[in-house]
Structures are given as C-alpha cells and as structure tokens.
Design a binder for this molecule. Structure first.
Ligand SMILES: C[S@@+](CC[C@H](N)C(=O)[O-])C[C@H]1O[C@@H](n2cnc3c(N)ncnc32)[C@H](O)[C@@H]1O
Length: 283
C-alpha cells in the first residue's frame, strides 16, 4: 500500500475517533467503535493528578501507548513538538512543563483531531500551545528549532519511517532530544499481521522491530539511542483485536505472545552535526 493510501486510511480512522469524542464518547484506536483492541495499550497511561488538570475531552481522546511527557524531562523554556498530537493530551501536558517561556507544538494531519485539539486548548486556557496541520513525514517547521520531539503511538502508523526520523532530526536543535512512546516489535512477526491494514491502523502492524528502530535512528544521525520497555502485551489482551481483524487468535496468538511491547524510545541529535552523515545532516 502506498504512503498516500496509508495516510488516507489513517485519516479516516482517526477522524472517526475524534468524532466519537466530540459526540460524547471515548476514542477507540481504530478498526471500528466496537473493537476493544486497544484497551491494554491505551489504558492507565496517565496518573490522576495529570488527568484532573486537563479538559475531559483531551483525556477521552487519548490514544497513546505511553506517557512521553513524564519521561522526557521537559524543562521550563523548552520548545516541544508532538508528532501526531491527536486530541492534544501530551501537548497540553508539555505546555505545563515548559511554562510560559516555552512552547508546545502539536502536529497532526487529521482535520477532526486538530479541531478537537484546538477546542481542548481553548477549554484549558493555555496560550503557549499551537496545533499545526501537516504530515509527520514533512514537518512544517524550520530546521534546528525544536528542543524536544515527543510522540505517542504514531510513528508505527507511518508508511515512511525513515523520512519521519529524518524530519525529526532536521527540526531538532543540535543537542535536541527525541523522546517518544511507540509500539515496538521484538523479533519476527508473522506476515499475515504485517499485511493486515486493520491492525496497522489499530496501532500494531506498522510497528518497527527493536533493532530496526535503532538502525533507522542511527542512520538518521541520532546518537545515545535507548529503547526502554514500558509494557509487554500478552496474547490474551490481543484476542478480540486479532479476531476482529479476521485472524484466528489460536493460530496467530502463540506467534506473537510477548513480541509486542510499548517502549520509550530516546535518542539525541549530536551537539555538533558536522561529522555525521545521517539523512539531511551532511555538510
Ligand atoms: C494513535 S493516535 C495518537 C494520538 C495522540 N498522540 C495520543 O496520544 O492520544 C494517532 C494520531 O496520529 C495522527 N497521525 C497518524 N499518522 C500521521 C501522519 N503520517 N502525519 C500526521 N499525523 C498522523 C492521527 O491523525 C492521530 O491523531
């Protein structure tokens, strides 16, 4: 499937998810409102203190698989960019960490999500936030302008991960941090899972294998690469998800048990990029 087709399917699914929240419900990760797939992935990511300071719709729209702002060690005055910001939960949390002298950008390509995020910003009454429309493969910001890139369960959805990582590298300032949550695969994954577009949109099948992630980050020019497991998924948790995608949990289940993890992926753009040769950093 081409990158454009993937983006169209992803936009449609997350447009529906945003609509669910606008109509008073809770967003589901994809593949249909009745799919209970993502509960083990999206549940209990934020503590009560974090949630209580946010608009209810920002919490209801949460579709991440981690809590990158809790791990990214954001400092007052920093500029943060959230790739695939959805309903805006991590952007609003980042805005608190960086304070009035800092800024938190959210980037998303889905109009309904952007509308929801902007409404949440208004309800939260925060000014150091800006939601941008665009693709994470083509970030609409100049190079060397961002201190920290965060993202929550989005890079796995991209059909061109090298480009996303290259773009992240480009917009980060020298010494800037890449600090994201994502679903990551450990070892081989059966071909039928990779082929399933429903699973892809539901946050799993586009996930990178752990070592592949490290290689791609290094190729983009990053250093100090670390992948820290935050959750390990068991077959029991994926049973409904697999069945809804037309896969037999009894057959596929044992092949994926424990292979999908949520991880916190960290890396740093070198303070001096003169010597590196990753995408977009030579010269
Ligand atoms: C799984 S949701 C996560 C939303 C948010 N990060 C959170 O934690 O709730 C994925 C979001 O990324 C956006 N997205 C997916 N692929 C994208 C791309 N290639 N460019 C821009 N946004 C994208 C979708 O529109 C959706 O809002």
């Amino acid at each position: 499937m081409s990158e454009t087709s993937i983006q169209e399917v992803v936009k449609q699914k997350y447009g529906q998810a945003a609509k669910q929240v606008t109509e008073g419900g809770t967003a589901s990760c994809g593949g249909g409102a009745d799919l209970s797939c993502c509960d083990p992935i999206t549940k209990n990511l934020y503590d009560e203190a974090e949630k209580s300071g946010l608009p209810a719709d920002a919490v209801a729209a949460s579709l991440g698989c981690g809590n990158p702002t809790a791990l990214a060690k954001l400092q007052p005055g920093e500029v943060v960019l959230d790739l695939g910001s959805g309903g805006g939960i991590d952007v609003l949390l980042s805005a608190k960490h960086v304070g009035p002298t800092g800024k938190a950008y959210g980037l998303d390509m889905t109009d309904e999500m952007l509308a929801l995020a902007r409404a949440n910003q208004k309800k939260a009454g925060v000014e150091n936030v800006e939601f941008l429309k665009g693709a994470i493969e083509n970030i609409p910001l100049p190079e060397n302008t961002v201190d920290v890139i965060i993202s929550n369960c989005v890079i796995n959805l991209s059909g061109d991960k090298d480009r996303v990582l290259g773009e992240a590298f480009r917009v980060l300032k020298p010494g800037g941090r890449f600090a994201i949550s994502d679903v990551v695969v450990r070892g081989e994954v059966p071909a039928e899972i990779r082929r399933s577009m429903e699973l892809w949109v539901g946050c799993i099948a586009g996930a990178l294998e752990e070592n592949e992630y490290r290689e791609k980050l290094a190729r983009a020019g990053f250093e100090s690469i670390e992948i820290e497991t935050t959750r390990v998924y068991k077959v029991e948790e994926a049973r409904d998800f697999l069945a809804a995608a037309g896969l037999d949990p009894e057959v596929v289940g044992p092949q994926i048990d424990g292979k999908f993890i949520s991880a916190f992926v960290r890396a740093v753009k070198p303070a001096s990029t003169a010597a590196c040769c990753g995408s977009g950093c030579c010269g």
